[in-house]
Design a binder for this molecule. Structure first.
Ligand code: PRP
Length: 214
């Protein structure tokens, strides 16, 4: 009988005895999802170390200034929470939700604001906190949108920079890691809304990606 509160050992037993069909239907997504990861690109420890370093630099640069994080949902959820704790300064955090990929794995080229700013950023020192800059289309759209609210200054902190696919160039003041042209997930980044809660950045098996219509 299934125990919905089963701990790791009991779950492990079920995993060994269940057929592949059982796993798909009864445990869909619980056990099998990590097998979609081809390899870990950036480990949890590497993320932690780099984010602490970014936090120290940002704290030095923004000393004495009224700093506002504008974190971009949903992807920057984890990064913004960890980066904010690594910056030893008073700051405020606002969230803006954008979408340009939907459930696809290539940018639609059209950016939608799903949730706008909650507070005024006029005359504030604003830092955009992004999980990844890929084509740059989302960042360009966000940059123009935020500049129309007249911040004192505007800069960008991106955890990941995928330069190979850039179509629009904007200065990124703080970068966590350069990443290759592969589909990366985890630590906030998704494919079809899944994998965001992986604690590391991993490369998804290309076979997992649904082919895009031509
Ligand atoms: C992702 C990511 C960036 C954007 C980068 O967001 O979080 O905001 O794409 O891609 P680009 O440089 O090609 O524009 P997505 O639209 O997938 O929404 P999500 O953050 O909710 O996953």
């Amino acid at each position: 009988m299934l125990n919905s509160l089963a701990g790791p050992m009991i779950v492990g037993t079920l995993f060994e005895t269940a057929s592949p069909d059982d796993l798909k239907t009864q445990y869909c997504g619980v056990h099998m999802w990590r097998e979609a990861i081809q390899r870990v690109l950036i480990s949890e420890a590497e993320l932690h170390c780099r984010i602490q370093a970014l936090g120290r630099v940002i704290a030095t640069d923004y000393q004495g200034r009224e700093l506002v994080f504008v974190a971009v949902l949903k992807g920057a959820l984890m990064f913004s929470a960890d980066l904010a704790r690594a910056v030893d300064l008073p700051l405020t955090i606002d969230y803006i939700a954008l979408s340009s990929y939907g459930n696809r794995h290539v940018s639609s080229g059209r950016v939608h604001i799903l949730k706008d700013l909650s507070e005024s950023i006029a005359n504030k020192h604003v830092l955009i906190v992004e999980d990844i800059v890929d084509t740059g289309i989302s960042l360009q759209y966000l940059w123009d949108h935020l500049m129309s609210h007249h911040p004192a200054d505007l800069n960008v902190c991106a955890l990941l920079d995928k330069r190979a696919r850039r179509r629009v160039e904007l200065p990124i003041k703080y970068t966590g890691f350069d990443v290759p042209d592969a589909f990366v997930v985890g630590y906030g980044l998704d494919y079809q809304q899944r994998y965001r809660n992986l604690p590391f950045i991993g490369i998804l098996h290309p076979e997992v990606l649904t082919p895009e219509p031509r």
